[in-house]
Design a protein around this ligand. Structure first.
Ligand SMILES: CC(C)(COP(=O)(O)OP(=O)(O)OC[C@H]1O[C@@H](n2cnc3c(N)ncnc32)[C@H](O)[C@@H]1OP(=O)(O)O)[C@@H](O)C(=O)NCCC(=O)NCCS
Length: 177
């Protein structure tokens, strides 16, 4: 689906032809294909064999505190990101999860997606703190987050089980001045 698309990040430099827009229920099959890719699964908490139906239900029941975006290139969903705004005494903070299609990495799509979430957090939701966890061996993601000013705050040992072994995670955050 093609639609007018304007970055909210003032310094955005999206790859040619890329669209970033809100996630739709009609995207369920494309998102299931994305989440079933081995590289995407390796870097995230996704499990094998996600179905379009399960993804569609998740989109339809999306909490109001979540803003979910997809990146579309060549009529294919090539990445996604979800910003969750926290509540109560953590209302100044939010977290996100993201991933890019295995065959489309290293083209600036991750930077384009994260740029939009950081701009939303800073300029529209007034979040002071943005945080996430990342596997300790995920050098590409750690480099992307550092590029946007995130810093490592600690190690979460034996954080998740991945392909037959436990893996540690780093907790990273970015504080807006
Ligand atoms: C991490 C991920 C989102 C990066 O997306 P991407 O589209 O490849 O990222 P970009 O092309 O925008 O690159 C952003 C920065 O990441 C760094 N980077 C990207 N690939 C890298 C690699 N293989 N090794 C080291 N650094 C890398 C670079 O610093 C790059 O910035 P620069 O090109 O301006 O110097 C992508 O690799 C991915 O989806 N991995 C699988 C799922 C995942 O790990 N999700 C994150 C969960 S915490």
């Amino acid at each position: 689906m093609t639609q007018a698309c304007f970055p909210i990040a003032t310094n955005a430099r999206w790859p040619d032809g890329l669209t970033i827009r809100a996630r739709l229920a009609a995207d369920a099959a494309g998102i299931a294909s994305l989440h079933n890719l081995p590289g995407y699964r390796h870097g995230t908490l996704r499990t094998p064999y996600h179905s379009a139906e399960e993804i569609r239900k998740g989109i339809e029941n999306q909490p109001a505190t979540v803003t979910a975006l997809v990146a579309v290139l060549e009529d294919q969903i090539v990445g996604d990101i979800g910003l969750t705004r926290h509540a109560g005494r953590r209302a100044h903070s939010g977290s996100f999860g993201m991933g890019v299609h295995d065959a489309y990495r290293g083209r600036g799509i991750g930077s384009a997606l994260l740029g939009e979430v950081v701009a939303m957090a800073d300029n529209w939701y007034n979040l002071r703190r943005l945080e996430m966890t990342v596997y300790a061996d995920n050098g590409a993601a750690i480099a992307l987050y550092r590029k946007f000013g995130f810093e490592v705050e600690g190690t979460l040992r034996t954080f998740a089980f991945r392909d037959g072994a436990y893996v540690d995670a780093l907790t990273m955050a970015r504080l807006r001045a």
